[in-house]
Design a protein around this ligand. Structure first.
Ligand code: ACO
Length: 426
């Protein structure tokens, strides 16, 4: 847009204050009162809903779920408790926790016919299309949760999604390896069961190391929700049309797939592979700084956190716990990762732009250390984020202010013109 095409106008609109964070200018009546829309590509200045679930202060590096700091949730709760908190607004007491986790454990099983879906995919299919397609297909199996106007059915579908998405993700992995599917085990915790579905196989007894199961659980907690990010916005946008919850979560999975969002920790590991060793760092950074190259340092920077990502700090200490437990200090990526991390705090390019390691920088390293293949990273993120997506969807469905999402545009195309017969077109 050129300066000639823009002009300044002034109007008065009410300001609405939330409990914390920036207040918002309520310009809902702008089109009626001024004949104008606002222009905000990427919605960076637009609050599209009210929410009570997650609060982020990007400058101060604060992340709260239902008011609780992420640091406390990561260290003092498990993923099932955090899911309950996101869904219902309060941490469960002992009895509520037992009832909820037992119910969630029984829901992990997939309808037996869903097994057939996997055969339709090539063996080398990435887990994300399998997850995306199969989650949407759940709507063809669980019809007693599809009435979106019934709060009981909505809750049923929300719980099913949190419980079943891990089974689909684990089976996508097993399918790619040509190994038999491992059925969920109700006696195991959320993360132990997930590891068991990934690594157990006939003839080999598998028991997850509690420290490693705890590390995975922490990754799940740290990724459980993150306010109105791209995938959550996709879930809400699709949900605003009245689509069923399985279709909405499938849309969230599709949005998460992109390398700028959920694909980042996979991209971090691919980047490490590409750099090769500590010695390759200077040449790679030269390319990152050259804007023409289009190459970014993956696992660095965040749209919202401008000083540090609080999840990254926790992931960093978890990474150290994991490598100590597994005694893999000689992992070639360890040196590479530490050197890149050092650069973040010293190199003018990154310091000036406030680019710090984000949660994905470390989560990929932990997952790799746990033996989880890179291709599964985004699927694991989807497993974790399902709790946030369904909680945001439930909140949206219960909100009387919800309207079908319909952004406007600034049209810059041709003015009206007449079709010229083909014979006369140049
Ligand atoms: N590497 C190199 N330069 C970067 C990076 C990066 N990772 N991130 C931002 N920059 C630069 C930009 O080129 C820009 O430079 P300029 O001012 O000279 O033009 C400046 O920093 C500001 O960048 P923006 O594009 O405005 O930052 P934005 O908020 O739009 O992007 C994003 C955020 C997409 C996360 C970006 O930092 C990025 O691509 N990071 C790498 C991918 C990644 O790790 N994503 C995970 C995010 S966390 C999550 O989804 C859980």
């Amino acid at each position: 847009m050129t300066d000639e095409a823009s002009e300044s106008l002034s109007f008065t609109f009410p300001v609405i204050h939330g409990t914390m964070g920036p207040s918002v200018l309520d310009h809902r009546r702008l089109p009626q009162e001024a004949g104008l829309f606002t222009f905000d590509p990427g919605f960076g200045s637009t609050a599209a809903c009210e929410s009570k679930i997650t609060f982020i202060d990007g400058e101060k590096g604060i992340l709260l779920h239902r008011g609780y700091p992420i640091e406390q949730l990561a260290l003092q709760t498990d993923y099932t408790e955090t899911s309950y908190l996101l869904l219902y607004g309060e941490l469960p007491n002992k009895e509520q926790y037992e009832v909820f986790s037992a119910d969630m454990a029984t829901q992990r099983l997939l309808h037996e016919q869903i097994r057939n879906f996997f055969n339709g995919f090539r063996r080398d299919a990435h887990p994300m299309p399998i997850l995306c397609g199969t989650v949407a297909a759940l709507s063809a199996f669980y019809s007693d949760g599809l009435n979106i106007n019934d709060p009981t059915q909505r809750d049923r579908s929300a719980r099913r999604l949190i419980a079943k998405v891990p089974t689909i993700a684990a089976w996508a992995y097993k399918y790619s390896r040509g190994e038999p599917f491992v059925y969920p085990d109700e006696s195991l915790s959320f993360s132990e069961n997930f590891l068991n579905m990934l690594f157990s196989r006939p003839g080999r007894h598998y028991k997850a190391d509690p420290i490693l199961a705890r590390a995975l659980d922490r990754i799940f907690i740290l990724h459980a929700d993150h306010e109105q990010n791209a995938s959550t916005t996709a879930v809400r946008l699709v949900g605003s049309t009245g689509a069923n919850p399985f279709a909405c979560i499938s849309a969230g999975i599709a949005a998460l797939w992109g390398p700028a969002h959920g694909g980042a920790n996979e991209a971090v590991l691919n980047m490490f592979d590409h750099i090769g060793s500590k010695e390759g760092i200077p040449a790679f950074l030269a390319k990152v700084k050259d804007k023409q190259s289009g190459i970014r340092l993956m696992g660095f920077g965040h749209r919202v956190y401008r000083n540090f990502d609080p999840r990254a700090k926790l992931m960093r200490s978890t990474y150290y716990e994991v490598i100590e437990t597994l005694n893999i200090k000689r992992d070639p990526f360890f040196d590479l990762a530490m050197e890149l991390e050092k650069i973040a705090t010293e190199d003018e390019y990154f310091v000036h732009r406030k680019l710090y390691p984000n949660v994905d920088f470390y989560s990929g390293l932990i997952l790799k250390a746990l033996g989880i293949p890179t291709s599964m990273f985004t699927a694991l993120f989807a497993v974790a984020r399902t709790a946030g997506w369904v909680s945001q969807w439930l909140e949206m469905m219960a909100d009387p202010m919800t309207r079908i999402a319909r952004p406007r545009q600034l049209y810059m195309g041709e003015k009206p013109r007449d079709v010229i017969p083909m014979a006369k077109r140049v």
